[in-house]
Design a protein around this ligand. Sequence first.
Ligand code: SF4
Length: 385
Amino acid sequence: MMQENCWRPGTMVNAVRKDIFSVPSDIELDPGCRLLRKAGNTTLSSDGLLDEVLVLREDSAIELPESGPSSRSFIVSTELYDSIEDGDVGMFTGRGNVRVILSRRANHNTLLVTERCDNRCSFCSQPPKQNNDDWLLSQAAMALAAFGSEETVGISGGEPLLYGDAFVKFLDFVQKSSPKTDLHVLSNGRAFSDSSFAKKIGARASSNITFGIPLYASLGEVHDELVGAPGAFSDTVKGLINAGNAGIPIELRFIPTQMNLDEIVPTIEFVLRCLSNVIQISIMNLEPTGWARKNWSNLYCDPSIYARDLKRGVRMVRDAGLPVLLFNYPLCHLPEELRDAAVKSISDWKNFYPEECDDCVLKQSCSGYFSSSQGKFHESPRKIV
Ligand code: SF4
């Protein structure tokens, strides 16, 4: 039976794109994904992998049945209609709302496939749960097949690779049913310490399946403390080596915190010297969500404090001929010479720009802020020099 746990953290106030909507109280849909149809699709088909729901404006000229089973296939909501494209995918929570989880208007789509994890990162944005949530993986497979994106979709957790061979089947299904969809999988990489598993994934991973794997230090004790799991560093490093040897394209991630500030340069050096098949290094500003909020005062560090190491690290990666990107940094928080490495990385459903940004000449290219930073986690925009 499908559980009613959240698909992703709740919608943020003032976000660039709203993603969660109330479902009229007379609509009773079981929890799960459905294809959202609009634009005059009056004939609904259930031939596909997902059931379909027709979304109508309140002023629609289409006559709806007043009652009966077919009324379950209609939602009259002008707000939802105006916020979606035909063929978006909605997750009905069973609690009176629908979250648009795959949107053709989104700047980036990500699907959460489990909330279970074998790490306990002190800044985890999606604190792990123990419940069996296998349904998330099967729903994600159906959603991807029905959505048929020709862009990259993120797969996140929890730790997706805890599924083991079921995740291999998931990749096979998505590649077969939606061959133009590229996947970017966020993983702690520990499962790749099993070289035979890394080879299985490697046989499927090509340029259209990449893995984002974080390494938070070159020292085991620092990485293990940050991820709250003794032995994690050893597994992740073995995993990174096996993944590289298996031909899995790796985006290596690093999040600077108070606990690993001295490790920016040594970690980059370690990655450049010892790992293969790393196609990009991403350095990410902390997101004030989940456990990062309660640990914020012990974790967050203003980028100006580590700007010198950041510059050095970026230069090292560039000298090695690799792309290096800075995620989640307001441009005015970075030294000018690093701004060309920063990208608009925050998903629109959790992205916001405070009033001060309205007249900023950098706004078009700036990542802005996480909506969750509003309040005590907000670091104000700065004068651009
Ligand atoms: S003022 Fe706003 S838009 Fe401009 S750089 Fe800062 S955060 Fe970005």
